[in-house]
Design a protein around this ligand. Sequence first.
Ligand code: CMP
Length: 142
Amino acid sequence: AVEQTISIIKPDAVGKNVIGDIYTRFEQAGLRIVAAKMKHLSQAEAEGFYAVHAERPFFNDLVDFMTSGPVMIQVLEGENAIAKNRELMGATNPKDADAGTIRADHAESIDENAVHGSDSPETAAVEIAYFFSTTELCPRTR
Ligand code: CMP
């Protein structure tokens, strides 16, 4: 089915100047960018986005990292977009990520792992609504 998913290029990857490389991977996999914004998240925005992880031991470090510089947030659309984006990203821990994935190529550690992607249709809907109003989504007409 055609799906939408959230992709976030995290502060480490924005700092490495690889937004274009990552966008090329999306495009070459047949995913279309239907909304995008660059944003320097506030602490409250990062805490809210990762609220499901609030009780995890890595939560404070995660929020500090995600607010350490701007992020690039996009909605990707395409056939099986959620799984396709996760395949392109590779495993959460770059040490476990397959060769040629975004995390294998650009991530340093499980904490600074270059990208985030929604993990299910339910999460995708919540995460898209967290950053974008419906009028900001631009489904392709050609
Ligand atoms: P992300 O997909 O953005 O979701 C939560 C983030 O927490 C995850 O990527 C990792 O960068 C970070 N994180 C740090 N430690 C862990 C851990 N032990 N398990 C899962 N995620 C972790």
